[in-house]
Design a protein. Structure first.
Length: 546
């Protein structure tokens, strides 16, 4: 290894391992609702409410399992072994989704959740350990920025593979591609093991640390018991059995953190209280942000003008970017005025003679002639807009704060989070305007409204998501850092589940403008809370972060 190397040789191995892991994960998120609701091409033909409930529950558990996976890696398994186990479980889960069996489908989602819990927190921790070498320590932030770009490159390219494979072959081919990507990531990780073997050091238990047995007895066993009670309670308190079970299961964890605050020493109490306050308001961000895979996917699918101009249509673009819609009399699945699949008494999709559903709210002057076809951008490709903006905006945000830092004007981490929430709330107005200009979906809206919405909320994301992780690492009392990081993931998980609950209400809003205004109120309220607390948060931050 050369003495003037700026970054460790381990970086490219971890970069590409994470890139391919995120490739599979975001491929699944991009097409999961489309697959669940598809009634014409081999999907499950579920109603939208059930589909978004499954989506929200899945991404909620995806962000709960890292707490367990991180603890097991810290105390028992080590990071490399945990990453390999997690990657293999996820790969099997992705491929399992290609099997047209509902039991296998749910088991596959469970494998992905468990595998993510082992993989996601530990590859980031391992990267940090590699940069603890004095030769590279000064480049740690830059190393994480490079690593984060890998995440977003994987998220950006995956939808193009998904669009091509599910159009030219079937849904199963897209899921298998996610599994192949995951296994490729594991192979790359194993190939680089010698470069980070020295950094795979388990953390010894410190005085005051809770044992694994205590954590499982006080948290996870009550979670399972109370969650099961929520599942079997007659009727639905919060809309579905899965939502009841999840909310009930969160109660013992919330109690655990409240008790942690109660028992904290005088010196630890204020930092812990400040972090719990940040976690609480961040829930609203994730509740709105994670609707990109549900409500905004529905908007892209049915309410957005996705037609490609004939002037730019080429065979390659049709092949990779488009799905063909033919306007001819044929047997197609029937949809109601809210673009919900109509089913018969046996739960089977009703067939009707008519035009494809995409054409049902196309302006008459733009309706293609009978027997002709048009090419439209695949719905899932809009899921690449957010990572695209992350790649574009990250250098700008980094340069902005570097400029302010040189002038001693850089805002504190809590202030960045507050502005992130406020900016994110403004993204909902892009969709309010979209609803207004397309007459509440009577006509299709320009795709630029979605681009604008994703652009604004990505700017908010860059101020909130990485800053939240940074705040936990800076402000947590040393012996609580792992637990407080678990608290951040818990807040993310609750927000993710709430995103599914909100998206399940889509069909209850006759005027979709009101749906997006509700999202604005939620984010605006959270932003208002943190600005009210900001003076106190900044004081705690100054007093406890050197």
């Amino acid at each position: 290894m050369s003495s003037n190397r700026k970054h460790p040789v381990a970086l490219p191995f971890l970069f590409f391992s994470e890139m391919w892991e995120r490739f599979g994960f975001y491929l699944l998120l991009a097409i999961l609702q489309l697959y669940l609701t598809d009634a014409e091409s081999g999907g499950w033909a579920m109603d939208r409410k059930k589909a978004v409930d499954i989506f929200g529950t899945f991404i909620a558990f995806v962000y709960l399992t890292p707490f367990v996976g991180g603890l097991l890696a810290d105390r028992k398994l080590g990071y490399s072994k945990s990453i390999i186990i997690g990657g293999i479980l996820m790969g099997i889960g992705y491929i399992g989704l290609s099997v047209q069996n509902l039991t296998v489908f749910y088991l596959s989602l469970a494998l992905i959740c468990v595998g993510n819990g082992f993989f996601k927190p530990n590859i980031s921790t391992l990267l940090g350990n590699v940069y603890n070498d004095p030769q590279y320590k000064a480049q740690k932030d830059t190393g994480y920025n490079i690593f984060y770009m890998g995440i977003n490159i994987g998220a950006f390219i995956c939808t193009f593979f998904a669009a091509y494979l599910r159009n030219s072959i079937n849904w199963g081919a897209a899921f298998i591609a996610a599994g192949i990507g995951m296994f490729l990531g594991v192979i790359i990780f194993i190939a680089g093991l010698k470069h980070y073997k020295h950094a795979d050091v388990r953390k010894p238990t410190q005085p005051g640390d809770m044992s694994l047995g205590s954590i499982f007895a006080q948290v996870f066993i009550p979670v399972l018991v109370v969650g099961y009670i929520g599942w079997v309670i007659p009727d639905n308190i919060f809309g579905s059995d899965s939502t009841d079970a999840f909310i009930f299961a969160c109660l013992p964890i919330i109690y655990f953190f409240a008790n942690l605050l109660r028992k904290a020493s005088a010196g630890d109490k204020q930092p812990v209280k400040a972090l719990l306050a940040i976690f609480s308001v961040s829930v609203m961000f994730w509740a709105v942000f994670k609707q990109n895979g549900t409500a905004l996917t529905t908007w892209a699918q049915f309410y957005t003008d996705r037609e490609l101009s004939p002037a730019i249509e080429t065979p390659a673009q049709k092949l990779y970017l488009a799905e063909t819609v033919t306007n001819k009399t044929d047997s197609v699945v029937a949809y109601d005025h809210e673009f919900r699949v109509i089913k018969d008494a046996n739960g089977q999709p009703v067939k009707e003679v008519g035009v494809p559903v995409y054409l049902k709210n196309v302006a008459p002057e733009h309706m293609p002639a009978e027997g002709s076809s048009i090419s439209v951008v695949n719905t899932e490709l809009f899921q690449s807009v957010n990572p695209f903006f992350v790649i574009i905006l990250t250098p700008i945000v980094v340069a902005l704060f570097a400029f302010l830092r040189r002038r001693n004007r850089e805002p504190s981490t809590p202030t960045k989070i507050a502005w992130g929430l406020l900016i994110s709330s403004l993204s909902t107005f892009m969709m309010v305007a979209a609803v207004y200009f397309c007459n509440n979906g009577v006509e299709k809206a320009s795709m630029w409204w979605l681009f604008g919405c994703y652009g604004v909320i990505t700017a908010g994301e860059l101020l909130l998501s990485p800053m939240g992780l940074s705040l936990v690492s800076k402000l947590s009392p040393p012996r609580f850092t792992s637990l407080m990081m678990g608290g951040w993931f818990l807040a993310t998980s609750i927000g993710n589940k709430l995103s599914g609950v909100l998206a399940a209400m889509w069909d209850t809003y006759d005027n979709k403008m009101n749906y997006f205004l509700v999202n604005f109120v939620l984010l605006g309220f959270a932003a208002g809370l943190i600005f009210v607390m900001l003076r106190w948060l900044n004081r705690v931050f100054r007093e406890n972060v050197q």
